[in-house]
Structures are given as structure tokens and as C-alpha cells.
Design a protein around this ligand. Structure first.
Ligand code: SOE
Length: 372
């Protein structure tokens, strides 16, 4: 493990910037064997907002041009809008800097391929921040599946519902623009669920072999904050998809950012020949397990033998959404310090991007897309 703290450069200081910076801060107390880090440079465009964020988040310096930073730090966190994922991450990897990039990897398949190739050609660690893999209950579910506790996988069902865009007056943002985001609910939320499906059943059911998808936009233009103008919405408000897995299992997936009454409602269910598992982010310390017996049992996944729990509190003192980022950063930084690989890697990010791309292509053609 390196003696010197890892110098961190972080692009993006709002929502994801706060989630990851909070994670870095928690590691020192709860994961004392994690590599030490130094919050060296915070990167952003607006100098005034950047200075205030650096002060609040505890970064020593600021920069408005990522080109000045990515070769000068040990680890680069790319937490910017999707259209800023490709160039800075590729430049960092080419400079030998380790990269943790928020999801989805890129707005589209070409950009994701460039990032995947840059990671493959270099020696640095490259990870995608699919934080929901690091929920103890999700890791417990993966263990049950891999141990064959629910038998042959037959169905996977993923759903991610939010309602922050239900109001047609909710303002336009980069997340509603195809140039910047690539897609809407599909890439913003669907990426998480499709990655969880790969994580949970990728070994037991194999890859997704074909996809059928449907995208829908309900609000075609939105007001631009601070002006009396509107701008076109060029991404989906919602998507649905069905997939086939190598082993014959079926998968149904959907996401919406206009599902009234749902705030961050991410659920996954896996049904096998001998049982079922169901998870909901709104009850993220629990896993619904149906194996022997008549019905589901609710397992509270907070025992000290459960993944990561021993770093926190005694059994039953539940964890939250922010803890998933602490676990993710612990694993990523430990891989960096040990010179080992980290999953989800850019290969995983690219595999998800292929699914996102296939859903969109199927929507365009109205036909199934083979991923053979
Ligand atoms: C917005 O929809 C968002 O912040 C996503 O971008 C995150 O990945 C998700 O975890 C919560 O919702």
C-alpha cells in the first residue's frame, strides 16, 4: 500500500461530488485500512461556485480546466455530466491516472468504446460508479444465487421509478438533452438496473443475447431556469425493455422519471426454479427471500458477517444510500493501492452501454436486437 496519500482530482461538485466526497471522508473513520487520500483539486466551470464548493468539501485547490489536473493527480473522479465522461477519462488513463467515472460510461456506444479501449491499453485502474452493487443486501443476494439457493434462473425484473420530472414546468437540464446525456431514464436509471442484473445473474444466467425496447417522452420542452425561454427535451422520460439471457431466462426492465409518487424506487427481483429474491432500495437493509417454506421471508441484512456491516454498527442499526458510496470507494481505492483490478470496470460499463444502445436501436426499428 502506498505510504503517500493518494492525490484526488474530482470533476463535478454537486450531487455526485457530495456523495463521493462524503465517502472519502467516512473512510478514515470506518475503513481505517483504506488507502489515505488527499482531496487535492476540485474541478468545475464556475469559479465562484467552485471556490465555495472546494471550501465546503475540503479540497485544497480548484481548477477550471481538467486538462491541467488529470496527469497531476493519482486518482481522477469523473462525476461530471455524461458528455464530459469520455475525453477527461481517456486523457487521465493515457497519463496513467486511475479513474472512477459515474454512470453511464458515456452518452453513447462510441464514447464508451473509446473509454474501454483506453482502460485496456493502460495500467491504471478504471471503474464505473454503479454504487448499488455495494448494497450489503445486493451482495448477499448475489451469494445466494451463486450458491444455487434459488436454482436455475428463470426471470429477472428491474424497475427504477422517480418523479422529479413529472411536472412539465420542471426545468430543462443536461439530463434532458441527448447531446449531453445520451438518453434519459434509460441511461440515467436503466444503467443501474441493467448493471445490477449483470452483477446478480451474469454468472448464473449468462449474458443478455437479445433485446426489445421502447422509449417514450411525455414532455417535449421544458423551461430554461432564469429565462422565459424553453428548450426541447430530446431524451426519454421513460423506457421499457424485455431481454433474453443466454440460459433462456427472461428479463423485463423499466425506468421512469415521471412516475408520480415514486422518489427513488429501485427494485430488482430474481425468480429461479427453486426460489426467488426481491430487493427494494426503499428498504435497502432487507432482502425478501423465498426458498423452502411457503412464502417469502424478510432477511434483515445487518449481521456483522454481512458484507461491509462489520465496519459500521451492531446488527439492526441500519445503513443508508450514502453507505453504498463508501463501500464502492473503499473497494476502488484498495484496488488502486494494491495494483489490482476493480469491478465494475470499464468493460462492465461498456457491456451496460451495449444494452442501452440495443434498447434505443430496438425502439427505433421496432424489432428485437441481437447481441450475439
Ligand atoms: C438522477 O436520476 C439520479 O441522481 C441518478 O443519476 C443516480 O445515478 C441515481 O442513483 C439517483 O438518481
Amino acid at each position: 500500500m502506498s505510504e503517500q496519500p493518494l492525490r484526488v482530482g474530482l470533476l463535478g461538485y454537486r450531487f455526485m461530488g457530495e456523495a463521493h466526497t462524503n465517502a472519502l471522508d467516512r473512510l478514515e473513520t470506518f475503513f481505517p485500512d483504506a488507502p489515505a487520500t488527499e482531496k487535492a483539486v476540485l474541478i468545475g466551470r464556475d469559479e465562484t461556485a467552485l471556490a465555495s464548493a472546494a471550501d465546503r468539501l475540503g479540497f485544497a485547490e480548484t481548477a477550471t480546466d481538467w486538462r491541467e489536473v488529470v496527469a497531476d493527480v493519482d486518482v481522477f473522479y469523473n462525476l461530471g455530466p455524461n458528455h464530459l465522461h469520455v475525453e477527461p477519462s481517456v486523457a487521465a488513463l493515457e497519463a496513467g491516472t486511475h479513474v472512477l467515472c459515474e454512470k453511464p460510461l458515456a452518452p453513447g456506444l462510441d464514447g464508451a468504446e473509446r473509454m474501454r479501449a483506453a482502460a485496456a491499453e493502460g495500467d491504471a485502474v478504471a471503474g464505473v460508479a454503479f454504487n448499488y452493487r455495494f448494497v450489503p443486501a445486493i451482495q448477499y443476494a448475489r451469494g445466494l444465487i451463486d450458491d444455487g439457493e434459488i436454482g436455475e434462473i428463470r426471470h429477472v425484473r428491474g424497475r427504477y421509478l422517480q418523479d422529479w420530472l413529472s411536472d412539465p414546468e420542471a426545468p430543462w437540464s443536461w439530463r434532458t438533452d441527448a447531446e449531453s446525456a445520451g438518453s434519459g431514464a434509460l441511461g440515467d436509471l436503466g444503467a443501474h438496473t441493467l448493471d445490477l442484473a449483470r452483477f446478480l445473474v451474469g454468472d448464473a444466467a449468462g449474458d443478455v443475447t437479445r433485446v426489445s425496447g421502447h422509449l417514450q417522452t411525455f414532455t417535449d420542452e421544458r423551461p430554461v431556469e432564469g429565462t422565459d425561454e424553453t428548450r426541447a427535451v430530446t431524451v426519454d422520460d421513460a423506457y421499457t425493455a424485455q431481454v433474453a439471457f443466454e440460459n433462456g431466462a427472461t428479463g423485463t426492465f423499466e425506468a421512469s422519471r415521471v412516475a408520480e409518487g415514486h422518489k427513488n424506487d429501485h427494485t430488482v427481483a430474481v425468480h429461479g426454479s427453486e426460489g426467488s429474491l426481491e430487493f427494494s432500495l426503499e428498504r435497502l437493509n432487507e432482502l425478501q427471500v423465498k426458498t423452502d417454506g411457503r412464502g417469502y421471508e424478510t432477511v434483515l441484512v445487518t449481521d456483522e458477517s454481512d458484507p461491509y456491516v462489520d465496519h459500521w454498527w451492531p446488527p439492526g442499526h441500519v445503513l443508508g444510500w450514502e453507505h453504498t458510496f463508501v463501500h464502492e470507494n473503499y473497494e476502488f481505492l484498495s484496488a488502486v493501492a494494491a495494483g489490482e483490478s476493480f469491478t465494475p470496470s470499464f468493460d462492465d460499463g461498456y457491456a451496460v452501454q451495449r444494452l442501452l444502445d440495443a434498447v434505443a436501436r430496438s425502439d427505433e426499428t421496432g424489432a428485437w436486437v441481437d447481441l450475439g
